[in-house]
Write a protein that binds this ligand. Sequence first.
Ligand code: F6P
Length: 548
Amino acid sequence: MTSRTSLPSWQKLTAHAEEMKQQHMVDLFAKDSERFSKYSIDTSQFLFDYSKNVMSDETHALLLNLAKECDVEAWREKMFTGERINKTENRSVLHTALRNHSSTPTIVDGKNISEGVQKALNHVKAFSDKVRNGEWLGYSGKRITDVVSIGVGGSNLGPQMVTEALNEYANDEIQVHYVSNVDGTQVANVLRELTPETTLFIVSSKTFTTSETMTNATTAMQWLVASSFNKSAIAKHFVAVSSNKEKATAFGIEEENIFDMWDWVGGRFSLWSTIGLPIAIYLGFDYFVELLEGASEMDYHFCNTPLESNAPVIMALLSVWNTTFLGSQSQVILPYDQSLHMLPAYLQQAEMESNGKSTSWDGKQISYTTVPALWGEIGINGQHAFYQYLHQGNTIVPADFIGSVESLIPVDNHHDILMSNFFAQTQALMQGVTEAQVREELTAKGMPTEEIDKVAPHKVHKGNRPSNTILMQKLTPKALGSLVALYEHKIFVQGILLQICSFDQWGVELGKGLANNIHAELTDNKISEHHDSSTKGLMTFYKKNQIS
Ligand code: F6P
């Protein structure tokens, strides 16, 4: 298999990157008054402006050549038609089938999987309606007031990010809580506030083997049984979302209370599936459908828009440009929207678990930097924490700014103030301020020259720091669905460009296996001699200082 580095476009981009490192975006904007209109895309749900990247027309053309030489369009076709592109697990990748609202069903290996998807959706609708309208009752005949979703990683982040983002759309008659951490503090804090008779647990685990989730589910079950003194209560208070029916029933969950999941949906792409049950219960099924529709609109854009104006393709190309060619090591996600506070954490799993790898499809070691470390925070809070580093630090961190024209809850002039900061920050990162400008400004203020000499170097901002801006009309279920699908497809294309299998996660297995062994040793109080001296020393200290 040809390695990416031998592609003509790759080699040209490598050389071109050296030239572009000498360019400043201020000059690129000055030279081209059309830059914004050329380098922004209006999708049905938002405006995507990528003009504030260190990129020229030549860069743009070379990047598009890279996409073509990497056969992005052919790979896209393979994914949507169910080819087993998850090579290391021999699976199809079909989260897009979960939001396929076209009249053409998704057929895989001669099987119509859209029928199963529809059946599962009907199950979600029927169940969420019953819980919401009070038909589904707890063991003592009372309606459900609280839902606790137990799951981790992809079985937690998607539903939690969405319910928190869209809580303005909920009627709050039912509260949803999440337990993901095996740290008992979390489950204890959640249960402390709840009444067993009116609490419903959703155990979300594709595999139903994840030890943290099973531990939390067992604790929840004991809590319920201790209150009801009756095991039959479990059927009224426990449902599961899993592709492993056998394990879920063995755990004690009634078969009719198990919601289907499939191996062709990766955990971090699963919020559109029955894993979205907490979303449907909290917001109502109609809003869940709107979320799917928004994603479906992005699927349509991704499949039907030429590469040069295809938002996820451009986003992926820019990520590779900034990271692999220009040398950035991290990327920051900055939502200027309180409701999107969990988006950075969600995208961390989506991108880093997908493409944080260093082996190519054919098992060879990759020589180039693959994906950046993703991090982020609500914009305004970040401004008063780490933006100093973004503006004047020694490393360049490309940023994604995400905001809306309309506020979810308009309060006086708050939104204009928020968005003024949003626009100002992308401008400041791009333009910076030169020493000459600093001096001019300080002189105009009447500062003595010797003081200016001292302070001026500290006030210089080099600028030339790249950012993308995503501007929605308003954060609606549809817009959010589209936004998440934009990132999903970006990640897919990024994987293709970097020659990475984006849909496995072998890198999380090593630690899991070791933790199981260590747990057994801690329980039996038999610390193995085979550990390195640090691990053994730490375990011994822990055991010695435990208060039994
Ligand atoms: O440990 C990583 C992981 O396998 C994720 O990929 C997944 O989202 C999460 O664990 C939870 O897995 P499950 O849904 O099978 O409990």
